[in-house]
Design a protein around this ligand. Structure first.
Ligand SMILES: [Zn+2]
Length: 294
């Protein structure tokens, strides 16, 4: 089966000036393919005669590399928000969609890849294109050399990417955990502050690894934040001021209610190890498996 990275590699063969930026080109199209809303009607690839690598829908480019310029479609004018130049997509005007292309120099590729706002609006735009007759009618001449996104970027690949992200997260967590193992707080205030200051990263990673869900069994707490993620906290099982470290096995992700119940309720720890935590909280038995074991 044809792989989307092989398509990029054969494009790079023909466009050698981009070759040293292979990783960035791959990352750019990976995030674009992931966010392309209608993979069964969107086309990825490049025509044999031209140097344009792109994803197309009907007769417009959703994203493309054109002669050291990158263009990405979005559903609102993001010029003020992102600082990137934008221009309206002419063919979107008749249907009143008013889509825009973000248009920028290749040197900004990393900034594009990491800008979540752009991909959020790319996702919406790549959905909206199907509402316009003047856009969705395909032009065969523009589709030569291209492949349907659904055929080259399937669920299995998506799962592999998710798995990769998980593995990366896991590795980062393990590395940080080793660092945190070296920090053993004593009961002096300065060191407690140091511990708390230094554990920000492991705390963020743990929250992410827990998918921002409270680890207390059967808890469905939902506090949606502006960022669109669920608000959770990380609790130390053995408190920092009592010598508890910020390491796996002593940290759990909890909703604010369970966090307070842990801190102020009647908590009896029955078993605590690097992999699990068993106990009774206000008369309720619980068992929590720590993140690394998932
Ligand atoms: Zn909870």
């Amino acid at each position: 089966m044809l792989n989307w990275t092989e398509i990029i590699d054969s494009w790079l063969e023909k466009n050698r000036s981009y070759q040293e930026m292979r990783d960035d080109v791959i990352s750019l199209f990976q995030v674009a393919l992931e966010n392309t809303s209608i993979p069964e009607k969107s086309w990825f690839g490049f025509p044999l005669t031209k140097g344009r690598l792109s994803i197309m829908f009907g007769r417009i480019y959703l994203i493309g590399i054109f002669d050291k310029t990158i263009e990405i479609i979005v559903d609102v004018d993001l010029n003020k928000e992102t600082g990137f130049d934008t221009r309206i997509v002419g063919t979107s005007k008749p249907s009143g969609l008013n889509l825009y292309w973000i248009s920028t120099d290749f040197s900004n590729i990393k900034k594009l890849i990491s800008n979540e706002k752009i991909w959020e609006h790319y996702r919406i735009a790549s959905q909206k294109v199907d509402n316009s007759k003047s856009i969705r009618s395909e032009r065969k001449d523009l589709l030569t050399g291209k492949f349907l996104v659904k055929d080259i970027f399937n669920d299995q690949i998506k799962k592999d990417i998710e798995k990769n992200v998980k593995i990366q997260l896991q590795l980062a967590l393990e590395k940080l955990n080793k660092e945190m193992l070296k920090i053993i707080p004593e009961k002096r205030l300065a060191e407690i502050e140091q511990t708390l200051r230094k554990d920000k990263r492991i705390i963020e990673l743990l929250k992410k690894s827990a998918n921002y869900k409270c680890q207390f069994p059967n808890c469905n707490s939902e506090i949606l934040t502006k960022k669109g993620i669920n608000y959770v906290e990380v609790a130390h099982i053995n408190a920092v001021h009592k010598g508890g470290q910020s390491i796996i096995g002593n940290l759990i992700v909890l909703c604010p209610n369970h966090h307070k119940e842990f801190d102020y309720g009647n908590l009896e720890i029955i078993e605590q190890s690097e992999s699990l935590l068993n106990g009774v909280l206000n008369g309720k038995a619980f068992s929590i498996t720590h993140i690394t074991e998932n």
